[in-house]
Design a protein around this ligand. Structure first.
Ligand code: BT5
Length: 280
């Protein structure tokens, strides 16, 4: 069953049963001049994560890419990724799952403290909470103006966790799971609950539009992100293009930099993979 729907959303929705990648289709539309369109697919066969990593996207997920033409400078584009993470976290919470944001673009179940609650899993994956959703933002622009921005969002919604990578989970697996038993025993797929994909898609599109559509909304992104973050206050190791940065994550600053307190002082990282460490 697909998720074709008449969404009461602030976007025109283009629905496909199967696509290679919703981001690729959205980029096509964007370069042809489209705006305020959301491309939705039930299944993707060639979807991408960051740095051309593979994204597993079987039928049952919420796979959506939004085309926007905001009147902002390219330097502010990372704010759109943070806004998407807030929107996804809220949609997952509305579905009854305790979702948190890990800088910059992962939505995880539970906090990174899961690393301590689940030593076995943490040893296997090298990090804490299980990944429920990811975001891939792409854009084109000149020096001072974004021409278009495509925000690709993947939420593991109505999917059996067995169909996903080992450190991933889905809303279906988490809904109704008792956090004190199922989560710790890693017994994910037996607790399958009801997941309303239309509602999740509608909520996340509404939230994203509210945060990115006006200056007032843009001002609310960072505070909303901080409130939902599991990264701030933790010791982290971030792999950046110029090497690892280790310290305590103390804040996120516009347009999306993570501020880390290291032994040598404060530093800002703009991109990289972030891994929570046990508190020293
Ligand atoms: C991301 O990359 O997390 C961004 C994923 C964006 C996917 C959406 S779906 C709609 C749109 N169309 C696209 O083609 N893409 C977007 P990154 O942080 O690089 O994480 C990728 C890593 O997550 C992979 O290397 C795997 O380890 C893991 N992974 C792959 N599929 C996953 C899944 N379904 N759930 C959780 N983790 C997954």
């Amino acid at each position: 069953a697909g998720i074709e729907f008449e969404l009461d959303a602030p976007y025109a929705v283009e629905y496909h049963e199967r696509l290679s990648s919703t981001n690729d289709r959205a980029r096509e539309l964007a370069t042809a001049g489209a705006a305020d369109v959301a491309v939705v697919a039930d299944e993707q066969t060639g979807s991408r994560g960051r740095l051309d990593r593979e994204w597993v996207a079987p039928s049952g997920g919420v796979w959506v890419s939004i085309v926007a033409r905001p009147a902002v400078s390219p330097a502010r584009a990372p704010l759109f990724t943070l806004a998407a993470a807030v929107a996804v976290a809220d949609a997952c919470r509305e579905a009854g799952v305790d979702a948190h944001i890990k800088w910059p673009n992962d939505v995880l179940v539970g906090s990174d403290d899961a690393a301590e609650a689940e030593p076995d899993r943490s040893a296997a994956t090298g990090r804490g909470g299980r990944k429920l959703a990811g975001i891939l933002t792409e854009m084109e622009g000149e020096a001072d103006r974004v021409s278009w921005i495509v925000v690709g969002i993947g939420v593991n919604a109505d999917i059996d966790a067995a169909a996903l990578p080992a450190d991933a989970t889905s809303l279906r697996a988490e809904v109704g799971a008792d956090p004190d038993t199922d989560a710790r025993s890693g017994n994910r797929s037996e607790s399958g609950g009801e997941v309303d994909r239309r509602r999740i898609a509608a909520t996340l599109l509404e939230r994203f539009a509210a945060l990115t559509g006006t200056d007032d909304g843009l001002d609310r992104i960072l505070p909303a992100w901080r409130e939902r973050s599991s990264t701030l206050g933790r010791r982290v190791r971030v792999e950046t293009a110029t090497g690892p940065v280790v310290g305590t994550a103390v804040d996120v600053e516009s347009p999306g930099a993570l501020v880390i307190e290291t032994d040598e002082g404060r530093t800002r990282v703009h991109a990289g993979d972030c891994e929570p460490l046990r508190d020293a």
